[in-house]
Design a protein around this ligand. Structure first.
Ligand SMILES: [Fe+2]
Length: 576
């Protein structure tokens, strides 16, 4: 009896303590406040004065955005984007540095007085900081506004002697003149796992699902606690024949060229945006994901966006950033992998897959998923079938030549047998379109393969890679058009049988042989949001800011040895 009483008393004490704990941990905006009070409190919220930079944390990403791009200082919402969910659903995602902002938004069809509210969830991810090598981090080709990589910041993270006792097994001394890359090389280019500062923690990633949306309709939305309003248009309902515009690009990055290509894409105004791998070129320095998110917000918050991973998503961090920051409708489409999904809208059925960055053998998860989806296609509803993956099968540049051959051996016949119409790829930093092709031979029933790895990332054009560098000669019979300059592509599905494909050149670049500093004043990354002067201004390839578009001066990217190198666009009518 006595014992039972003691156990009961103990349980009661634990329960009371638990209540106290949960009470003290409760965020200040919840509790008994009404919704109006919460919102008014959030609107009047002012971020505290910036603390002195502590070694234990990266500088505030949000603060840097506001200073560098003169964002609305009262607003804490950034990197807004929209992806499709299930049929009739959109998933809106945005980032904040502050935990106390709600994962909720209000939305309404344009012109409708009926506002709806949707609640969502918040995610944070953590990963060990792993980098490629000093060259990539310190000398980003194509230049600003690629975020400056802070050498001292990396050194401070590595030098655990400044914050740990000497007898700790995690203690490491990096002298002021020491090279952090020597240290990283010893631990496989990751900051030593024993160092508590080896781990990056993301901002808060909020995601909210909007439901019961109609096709081809404009919707406005506003995240709660934000003064910013956004709008996007849903793609047409499945089965609506067209016209339907798909914007396609890959290997994007965060340079002035990326920005120019993004601006052109925004002007082309696609109904659906496809990014075929290699988005931010963060390469393990996750702040570059934030730069990318801010730069692409105008485009990615105003239409549905689908993305497959590229090597730059997978190499340093196994795609962790992509999975969390750009969630794709993979469960909604019956896939077990965040890197593979299917999406239907209007007259198109789109399949995204990891391609060479996942097992491709017959019977592998990827093979089975793609085959299952292709069998489900109803051509009466979606006559056009589009597949996207990063590393191409049809590429006549020495850079990455036949890199995807295993994937091709395993899956080309299956795609061909199911009558896939178009395959989109990236990876090679150039543009190339094939004739309808199968097994490297032109084939009327074959698939048109299009490489659009030329959206502007810092690595420069595919004219210097490969052995020897440049395009293979003669141009293979299956290759219809190839060029090493930069620009986006657009597939306009006109009806069940005809679709127009067009590639628009935006920038020709040239080698900075004498390593002259770039004249930064020529570049205007959105004028008000430019980050001039933040990057080492000497880059290996540069753009003059004018050459590229058909209305600009005639140009070609230096060292481009293709026959079509002077063409400012490529256009073809695809007939199925
Ligand atoms: Fe790539």
């Amino acid at each position: 009896m006595n014992l039972s009483f003691r156990v009961l008393a103990l349980l009661l004490t634990v329960w009371v303590d638990a209540q106290k704990t949960s009470f003290t941990l409760r965020p200040p905006i919840s509790g008994a406040l009404t919704r109006a009070e919460v919102i008014s409190r959030l609107r009047s919220f002012r971020p505290p004065a910036a603390p002195q930079r502590r070694l234990s944390s990266f500088p505030s990403v949000s603060k840097r955005f506001r200073e560098d791009w003169q964002l609305d200082v009262d607003d804490l919402i950034e990197q807004v984007k929209v992806a499709p969910g299930r049929q009739g659903e959109a998933v809106v995602t945005w980032l904040t540095k502050d935990r106390h902002l709600p994962s909720a938004l209000q939305y309404a069809a344009a012109g409708s007085l009926f506002r709806r509210r949707a609640d969502g969830q918040v995610n944070v991810y953590t990963m060990q900081i792993c980098l490629p090598n000093s060259e990539v981090m310190l000398d980003p080709l194509l230049g600003p506004p690629n975020i400056a990589f802070d050498f001292n910041q990396l050194s401070a993270l590595i030098n655990s002697s400044s914050f740990l006792p000497k007898d700790s097994d995690s203690w490491r001394y990096l002298p002021p003149e020491g090279d952090p890359w020597d240290f990283l090389a010893r631990t496989n280019y990751c900051i030593d796992y024993k160092n508590p500062k080896a781990y990056y923690t993301s901002p808060y990633i909020h995601s909210v699902t909007l439901t019961n949306l109609r096709g081809g309709t404009d919707y406005n939305f506003q995240p709660e606690g934000s003064s910013r309003r956004f709008s996007f248009r849903t793609p047409p309902d499945v089965g609506v024949p067209g016209p339907y515009k798909l914007g396609v690009w890959a290997d994007v990055g965060v340079t002035n060229v990326s920005f120019a290509v993004m601006t052109k894409m925004l002007q082309l105004d696609p109904d659906l945006l496809l990014t075929v791998g290699d988005l931010s070129y963060a390469d393990g320095w996750a702040e570059r994901w934030d730069i990318f998110g801010v730069m692409m917000e105008p485009l990615m918050s105003s239409r549905y966006h689908l993305a497959v991973p590229g090597n730059h998503e997978l190499i340093q961090n196994n795609g962790i950033d992509l999975i969390h920051r750009y969630p794709m409708p993979f469960r909604e489409s019956g896939s077990g992998s965040p890197f593979m999904f299917a999406h239907e809208s209007g007259p198109v059925f789109v399949i995204g897959m990891a391609g060479s960055y996942s097992e491709t053998d017959t019977g592998s998860a990827q093979w089975v998923f793609v085959e299952e989806k292709l069998r489900q296609v109803n051509r009466a509803r979606t006559p056009w079938v589009i597949v996207m993956f990063h590393t191409p099968w049809y590429n006549s540049n020495n850079a990455h030549y036949l890199e995807g051959i295993k994937h091709q051996w395993d899956m080309e016949e299956m795609l061909y047998n199911h009558g896939v119409d178009v395959v989109f790829n990236g990876h090679v930093h150039s543009y190339e379109r094939s004739h309808p092709v199968f097994n490297f031979s032109k084939d009327e029933c074959g698939i048109t393969h299009i490489v659009v790895g030329d959206a502007g990332n810092y690595e420069g054009p595919a004219t210097y890679e490969g052995r020897p560098p440049g395009w293979k000669f003669p141009q293979p019979a299956w290759s219809a058009f190839r060029e090493a300059s930069y620009g986006p592509g657009m597939l306009t599905v006109l009806n069940a049988t005809h679709a127009e494909w067009r590639w628009h050149r935006v920038a020709c670049v040239y080698e900075n042989k004498d390593h002259h500093p770039v004249n930064l004043s020529k570049f205007t990354y959105d004028g008000s949001r430019q980050s001039l002067g933040r990057t080492r201004p000497i880059t290996a390839y540069i753009w003059d800011g004018a050459s590229g578009p058909s209305e600009g001066p005639p140009c070609t990217t230096e060292s481009d040895n293709s026959d079509q190198k002077f063409e400012a666009s490529d256009m073809v009518m695809l007939v199925r």
